[in-house]
Design a protein. Structure first.
Length: 301
């Protein structure tokens, strides 16, 4: 035991003020072809921390951040720690600090394996919201990218979460279909989002960090030409198509990452048309202006 809590590798931008509690280290799946984020950040393996270690970190975090009102559990899939550890940690945290919100990352496949009864137990232990990598609603793209989940699994999981009263925050990855399958990617994604109506859709852009020698598996397909990366403007067209296909849902749509070339956000039910108009206004700007904009936006984790 030390006087510093273990740090998470990454967290959602919306959790920047939260108590960041590490339940597991790394990603237990680690097979998505486009990812490799944890190994790239020095976390090559996966392990589960003991409840005693986690509770000791919670004690430290509560002391170090007396004003924090929300908490987040990581790394990639803390639910893989099992119900006893996850719920034990959630209950201990809520005893130490009555936070307004407890959220975590989670894999759809893990939630699907847990089933509706365990998902209800997660809610009882105090989990309010879960951030999942939906990535795409197209079954073929998910398979090709080895995501380990299907749109059907996402539909079931979303229903169980709704029944349990846990909010669903979904990440959608622009560019995941490459240049060849972008319409298929976005059409399938819109269909899935319209079906599950999550509380949040958060837009990310595919960015392959590293290089062909030292990066994620998708780099090899880029090198052979089997996967052609989407252009910057292509990702903006994807946002346009997605917004055009999404229904007026009670879903908050957010491009809340600095890598996105277009930053629109709002409630689909109220702000969808305005967001769409903003994207179209951008696409109508002179080509040189758009090119400069794409150059200025960086790529970072
Ligand atoms: S995208 Fe998520 S589940 Fe897939 S390898 Fe990366 S961290 Fe793991």
């Amino acid at each position: 035991m030390t006087d510093r809590p273990e740090s998470l590798v990454i967290r959602p931008p919306s959790e920047w003020r939260s108590l960041l509690v590490r339940i597991t280290r790394g990603c237990n799946w680690n097979r998505c072809r486009f990812c490799g984020i944890y190994p790239a950040m020095g976390q090559t393996g996966f392990s589960i921390r003991s409840l005693a270690e986690i509770c000791s970190d919670i004690d430290l975090l509560v002391r170090l951040h007396p004003r924090a009102e929300t908490a987040f559990f990581g790394d990639a899939d803390p639910l893989a720690a099992g119900m006893e550890i996850f719920c034990g940690a959630a209950r201990y945290l809520r005893r130490c600090r009555p936070v307004q919100r407890l959220t975590c990352y989670g894999r759809i496949a893990t939630l699907h394996r847990l089933g509706p009864e365990n998902i209800r137990r997660l809610a009882e232990a105090g989990l309010d919201r879960i951030h999942v990598g939906l990535e795409s609603g197209d079954a073929g793209i998910l398979r090709r990218q080895r995501k380990g989940q299907s749109p059907e699994m996402a539909v079931q999981v979303a229903r169980w979460l709704k029944e349990a009263g846990i909010e669903l925050s979904c990440y959608v990855l622009l560019g995941l279909g490459g240049r060849d399958r972008w319409r298929q990617h976005i059409t399938g994604t819109a269909r899935l989002v319209n079906t599950i109506e999550p509380e949040f859709v958060r837009i990310r852009r595919l960015w392959l960090h590293g290089n062909a020698e030292n990066g994620c598996p998708l780099w090899q397909e880029v090198a052979t030409g089997a996967f052609v990366e989407q252009s910057p403007e292509g990702t903006v067209r994807e946002v346009e198509l997605l917004l055009g296909l999404l229904h007026p849902l009670n879903t908050f749509f957010a491009c809340d990452h600095a890598n996105n070339y277009i930053q629109v956000s709002g409630l689909l039910r109220e702000d969808r048309d305005e967001m769409l108009a903003e994207v179209r206004e951008f696409l109508a700007r002179p080509e040189e202006q758009r090119r400069v904009h794409y150059t200025v936006i960086g790529s970072r984790i």
